[in-house]
Ligand binder design. Structure first.
Ligand code: HQG
Length: 177
């Protein structure tokens, strides 16, 4: 994606996931904001907006018409503001993956995966995606394997965001290799 669109995608993520108040926005309980309000708040036009939403490498944003007929947008995952995405638990594949920086691995092996500032721990369906997520960190990337089948057997719940990211509350260390 063109660097200007990447910058705009990051501003949209900030506005929809982390700090809507800074832009004068007030997402509803499920995280939706009317598209016209977002355009006005970010002072962007519809063409730029469409380019980010459709050209997004990860399909981070969902756009739809709400029950009132108003077109709305939300981030499909990754919020730190309180939102209820309304996702139903789903059975994951037997194995999921988490990419991270080598510097975090000792701590993760001791304490398991924590959600940090986000609502959930984010897991990837394949090694390649996990590697890309981990590459956002400094230094060498480590991909950890999560025994999702064992977690399901032990009663842990999993959700899948609209853009295919697997979410769970926490991954205790015993399920990681
Ligand atoms: C690490 C991007 C030490 C964890 C990606 C990660 C993803 C620990 C960091 C989405 C730890 C949190 C989420 C522990 C976890 N000790 N470090 N016990 N437990 N960590 O960004 O999974 O571009 O909140 O390994 O594609 O990296 O935003 O999570 O490195 O889907 O759409 O703490 O963000 O999506 O970092 O990435 P993050 P993440 P977007």
């Amino acid at each position: 994606m063109d660097p200007a669109l990447v910058r705009l995608s990051k501003r949209m993520s900030l506005a929809l996931r982390h700090d809507p108040g800074r832009f004068g926005l007030a997402p509803d309980r499920a995280g939706w904001v009317p598209v016209t309000e977002l355009l006005a708040a970010l002072r962007i036009d519809r063409a730029e907006f469409d380019a980010v939403v459709t050209g997004n490498d990860k399909q981070r944003f969902a756009v739809e018409r709400g029950p009132d007929g108003v077109e709305r947008i939300r981030a499909s995952q990754g919020h730190s503001i309180p939102v209820d995405l309304g996702l139903a638990p789903v059975t994951p594949p037997d194995r999921l993956y988490h990419g991270t920086g080598a510097a975090a691995v000792d701590s993760i092996r001791a304490a398991g995966l924590h959600r940090g500032a986000r609502h959930h721990v984010h897991l990837s369906p394949d090694v390649e995606t996990a590697r890309r997520v981990g590459a956002r960190r400094q230094g060498p990337v480590v991909v950890l394997t999560v025994d999702a089948a064992a977690m399901v057997r032990d009663g842990h719940l999993f959700y899948r965001s609209a853009n295919g990211v697997w979410l769970t509350d926490a991954v205790p260390a015993e399920y990681l290799t």
